[in-house]
Design a protein around this ligand. Structure first.
Ligand SMILES: *Cc1c(COP(=O)(O)O)cnc(C)c1O
Length: 211
């Protein structure tokens, strides 16, 4: 891994757009290297892998950990205990469970709800109609702070299609007055910035290819 990649990419990103360094597949030492040059937000998608790194890095209290992977119900307590942000809440049932457990644990995670903006059988998420239908119930939930929406575009789309999906996410978030859109990865971050992303989730662009 070449740490200068991080500085180069950071230079190209407007300062009002946050970078989430996606460290899945990379070691705690590599996280430390990037942290050392100014990056404090790190994203992981598998609980066990993340937790091992969190233990090694536990003295680096400045790190904000973000969970971005598919949430298994039996891992929710551990995720709530160990992550400040959860980007990938893809159903109302899981959101309710997160809320209940956060209450018991005296936590208040920052939450982004994953939305599904086109037909992609490989991805979970709220369809917009469901989000609208559940909105009042969602707002009743305690011990969660809902800050935005998150979306993952299907692989292989062109730049125009990526832009359109990102814009849909931004419009939907705005309609709920949610500030955050977690969208854009190493292949489509430029389109995501133009559409109003507030969190780019960048893995390979920062750390190199995952083995
Ligand atoms: C792995 C991953 C990323 C980062 O992917 P890159 O293409 O390496 O930037 C972003 N978001 C999620 C949900 C991921 O699982």
């Amino acid at each position: 891994m070449d740490p200068s990649n991080y500085l180069k990419i950071k230079d190209k990103i407007p300062s009002n757009v946050n970078i989430l360094a996606v460290s899945k597949g990379f070691k705690s030492q590599e996280i430390k290297t990037i942290q050392n040059i100014g990056q404090n937000d790190f994203g992981e998608s598998k609980f066990q892998e993340a937790y091992e790194k969190q233990l090694i890095l536990k003295d680096l209290k400045i790190i904000n950990w973000h969970f971005i992977g598919r949430i298994q119900s039996n891992k929710i307590r551990k995720i709530v205990q160990n992550f400040k942000y959860i980007h990938s809440v893809d159903s109302f049932e899981k959101l309710q469970k997160i809320s209940n457990i956060s209450y018991e644990e005296n936590k208040n995670p920052l939450i982004m709800l994953q939305v599904k903006l086109n037909d992609d059988p490989t991805k979970g998420g709220f369809i917009p109609e469901l989000l609208i239908a559940k909105w009042d119930e969602i707002q009743e939930l305690q011990n969660i702070t809902l800050t935005g929406l998150m979306t993952i575009n299907p692989k292989g789309l062109g730049s125009k299609e990526n832009s359109e999906l990102f814009k849909k996410c931004r419009i939907l978030a705005d309609s709920f007055q949610l500030p955050d859109c977690s969208m854009g990865m190493s292949g489509d971050w430029k389109e995501a910035i133009d559409a109003g992303s507030t969190w780019l989730r960048l893995g390979s662009l920062i750390f190199g290819e995952r083995s």
